[in-house]
Design a protein around this ligand. Structure first.
Ligand SMILES: *[C@@H]1O[C@H](CO)[C@@H](O)[C@H](O)[C@H]1NC(C)=O
Length: 141
């Protein structure tokens, strides 16, 4: 009985920490965007949130926030942490051409016509970026 109870306690504890660190990844993202004066506040509220963004929002995001100064590239920096996510993308089976977006340590391709179909890979990028942010500091606190 004691072993079962200890196991239950351990699982509860693991679930708790998993939950807390998942919240922290999103909190780090929100703070990173909120503390960048170059990011439009309306765009930050809408798109700097792992729970709210998905592949269908990529083009609306570019259409809405593209005209607002450096907002799009600065939000991308916060989300990607300017980190090289190539290994994670390979593990997630991101299409080879779309891995160009995984290496955020350099500037990403901006040819939407050529790479527009890569929005279908967005949920994989998001998983890689979120996992990284869970274990590392954001580029801005
Ligand atoms: C990512 O970009 C950096 C900077 O250009 C480069 O040094 C690195 O080799 C790239 N990573 C991969 C996997 O190509």
């Amino acid at each position: 009985m004691t072993t079962t109870r200890q196991l239950f306690f351990l699982v509860t504890l693991l679930f708790f920490f998993e939950h807390v660190s998942a919240l922290n990844a999103n909190e780090k993202l929100i703070a990173c965007c909120a503390h960048d004066p170059e990011i439009d506040a309306g765009c930050a509220n809408k798109y700097c949130n792992f729970g709210q963004i998905n592949q269908l929002m990529v083009l609306p995001f570019i259409a809405e926030c593209g005209p607002k100064g450096k907002t799009v590239s600065r939000i991308w920096d916060c989300i990607s942490s300017k980190h090289d996510h190539s290994a994670c993308c390979t593990n997630q089976n991101v299409l080879p051409l779309c891995r160009a977006f995984c290496n955020a340590s350099k500037s990403v391709p901006t040819d939407v016509l050529k790479y527009g179909f890569c929005t279908s890979e967005f949920d994989k990028y998001r998983l890689c970026f979120r996992t990284h942010l869970k274990h590392h500091k954001a580029i801005r606190q």
